[in-house]
Design a protein around this ligand. Structure first.
Ligand SMILES: C[S@@+](CC[C@H](N)C(=O)[O-])C[C@H]1O[C@@H](n2cnc3c(N)ncnc32)[C@H](O)[C@@H]1O
Length: 337
């Protein structure tokens, strides 16, 4: 893969094509820019060193995991993972505002040659809290039923493990009181909840000892409070703009241009959930391991400023497709006879 550094390159699309005259990071030339954000082709530790203290509201990112089978963009080994990640974590901590959050998507992994799981992502979590100073706001999960049944040896051949369908999302904050508002991520009520609301509840005590009052079943305006499990497609997203529309445009354009699709994207629903939960309009969102820049594209759509950093030029070049209009379907290109 070709690695380059936009600090010494001309951007392929001039940044600030909306009229913004300055890049978001002083002294670094972005590879491309949009109305609200800049994408940098560089090592993110180096680029983050140019971001002033306490100026980023949220970091939403997915670093290379410590996988046994390496991805083409390179992954640190499990035993070295915490040491590899800490310099990035210290920069992230420094650039976050006091009410800012780090949302870290990280996948689990098996120990080589054994049907047992590695603890590397838990060790990372402990180090982020105990060594860097983060607080664990909440542990969340990305439910991804499309994951492959791996390792085949344990799951499909010997049949001694089940299919993995979640990834971890550590929501960490700089102080115990990060900015957050779950009204930003409410979902439509289920039919059952609406029926319950109409019927009402009797005062009762659950076997767990929890007292249920009649007011418990009253729906609050706006929708139901979601759980800490983020799914690829929530009805709310689909109604608004089709959750994976960002990924669809991107993959369509990559295929049409014969460009490699990023092999480890997260769904738009993941950054969307957290950007709505922990940021406001015009806040600044950073993704230091941007890949195909899913986070930047979602931030732009939601009216947040963004900074993306990726060190592989091929990925960053293709990520520009996310900021273009969708391709018209073939039927729209043929004029009616
Ligand atoms: C798991 S992928 C992120 C995918 C992204 N969330 C998306 O939806 O496309 C991790 C990315 O981090 C990039 N990366 C690894 N080390 C980096 C570094 N030091 N600076 C910038 N990018 C880096 C890799 O090239 C890879 O594209």
């Amino acid at each position: 893969m070709s690695r380059a550094d936009s600090a010494v390159r001309q951007p392929s699309i001039p940044f600030g094509h909306d009229g913004r005259s300055k890049p978001l990071i002083p002294g670094f030339a972005p590879y491309y820019g949009t109305v609200l954000g800049d994408a940098y082709l560089a090592d993110s530790c180096r680029v983050m060193s140019g971001i002033p203290d306490g100026t980023v509201n949220a970091v939403v990112t997915s670093p290379p995991y410590a996988l046994h089978f390496k991805k083409e963009y390179g992954n640190a080994d499990k035993q070295d993972y915490v040491g590899w990640f800490l310099p990035f974590a210290k920069q992230i901590f420094r650039v976050l505002t006091d009410d800012g959050s780090l949302v870290l998507n990280i996948g689990g992994s098996y120990n080589p040659g054994l049907p047992t799981r590695s603890l590397y992502h838990f060790k990372l979590l402990v180090a982020l809290v105990e060594e860097v100073g983060f607080h664990l706001a909440q542990e969340c999960f990305w439910y991804n039923p499309a994951k492959m049944p791996m390792p085949a040896e344990w799951v499909t051949v010997r049949r001694i493990r089940v299919k993995d369908a979640v990834e971890y999302v550590w929501w960490l904050s700089k102080t115990p009181w990060p900015k957050a508002n779950n009204r930003g991520v409410l979902r439509p009520y289920s039919k059952d909840m609406e029926r319950l609301n109409q019927k009402g509840l009797q005062k009762t005590t659950r076997p767990s000892g929890h007292n249920i009052k009649p007011s418990f079943s009253k729906v609050s305006p706006g929708g139901s409070i979601p759980p800490n499990l983020i799914e690829d497609e929530t009805p709310d997203d689909l109604l608004r703009f089709g959750n994976n529309s960002a990924n669809d445009v991107y993959t369509e354009r990559c295929k049409a241009a014969g460009i490699k699709i990023h092999p480890a994207r997260f769904p738009a629903a993941l950054p969307e959930f957290f950007i709505k939960l922990i940021t406001d309009n015009d806040d600044l969102v950073l993704d230091p391991f941007a890949g195909s820049n899913t986070s930047g594209a979602v931030a732009e759509r939601l009216g947040r400023r963004w900074i993306a950093v990726e060190r592989e030029e091929e990925y960053l070049r293709a990520s520009q497709f996310r900021f273009e209009e969708p391709l018209l379907p073939p039927s729209a290109l043929t004029s009616p006879q």
